[in-house]
Design a protein around this ligand. Structure first.
Ligand SMILES: C[S@@+](CC[C@H](N)C(=O)[O-])C[C@H]1O[C@@H](n2cnc3c(N)ncnc32)[C@H](O)[C@@H]1O
Length: 272
């Protein structure tokens, strides 16, 4: 059996177990391409703050299906390198790349093997949330190592509200998310995200938030378009286990809608 975290984009029915696979791969399998909590709008805000120019060397951690990769490539950076741990996703991202200065390697964001000071811009979306706290720190340290002095760093992640949420409530939400999306999601509060970035040597310059509407109909159509949304619904109806998974995820997102949001932070590398 192939690991579903490393290979997940085969055709439904081959070896896919919709019951057990991580929620983002259930959605991807059914045709959803935008897998981050704040949708394309928050991604646009992150890219605008990152201000990618023709002389930038861009690194993206965890590009998933390559939606943001394509947006970043439209800025014609000097180079683009992605680090994605899922081999099928990496293969898909490579199909958008051209020439010797664009690459997608299969690897771990916390230990990329890329040279130090090899990026002027680095970003990741919907990935740190899925990592334990010590792994978040490892990944930020790797981002810090890869960036030039003063390099720009962006994240787009899930957050918990309010800032002073009691630990017991955090644990309850994390448990409900883990059960529904089958990933040990560890979202932080906005202050905790800020402190984490600052502790690891980034000076935050831009911040924005958006509702966590990943599975809300309006956002879905905004992100995927009307036709792709209809196609997704068709696929959903053909796969009852996937339908159950998606409804379960949606009900958890709805239950905690006052306490879940998307956050985007962009900063510069500073001394640690
Ligand atoms: C929720 S998806 C988000 C994909 C994409 N960034 C987006 O926002 O649509 C999470 C992605 O992170 C990748 N991933 C998770 N942990 C990773 C790690 N430690 N290193 C590299 N990729 C990772 C997964 O394979 C998957 O593609």
């Amino acid at each position: 059996m192939v690991s579903q975290e490393e290979h997940s984009l085969e055709k439904p029915g081959t070896y896919i177990d919709f019951e057990k696979m991580p929620g983002h791969w259930v959605l991807a399998q059914l045709g959803k391409r935008v897998l981050r909590p704040g949708g394309l709008e928050l991604t646009r805000q992150m890219l605008s703050a990152l201000d990618i120019q023709a002389n930038d060397r861009v690194v993206e951690f965890a590009p998933g299906l390559g939606v943001t990769a394509q947006m970043a490539l439209r800025c014609n950076p000097a180079s683009y390198t992605a680090v994605e741990r899922n081999q099928d996703a990496a293969k898909l991202v490579r199909s958008y790349l051209e020439g010797p200065n664009q690459a997608c390697i299969v690897g771990q964001a916390g230990d990329t093997g890329l040279p130090s000071n090899s990026a002027s811009v680095l970003y990741c979306e919907a990935m740190l949330t899925m990592e334990a706290d010590h792994r978040k720190a490892d990944i930020l340290q790797e981002a810090h190592r890869l960036l030039d002095p003063n390099g720009r760093y962006g994240i787009h992640e899930l957050c918990l509200l309010p800032d002073d949420m009691p630990e017991i409530q955090k644990a309850e939400i994390q448990k409900a998310l883990a059960k529904a999306i089958r990933v040990n999601a560890r979202p932080l509060t906005p202050s905790e995200w800020r402190v984490l970035l600052e502790t690891e040597g980034f000076q935050i310059q831009t911040e924005a938030m958006a509702p966590m509407h990943l599975l809300a109909p309006r956002r879905f159509i905004q992100d995927e378009g009307f036709r792709e949304t209809l196609r997704f619904i068709g696929n959903l109806l053909r796969h009852p286990t996937a339908l159950r998974r998606v409804l379960r995820m949606r009900s958890v997102f709805q239950k905690y809608h006052n306490h879940l949001a998307a956050i985007m932070l962009v900063g510069r590398k500073s001394e640690r």
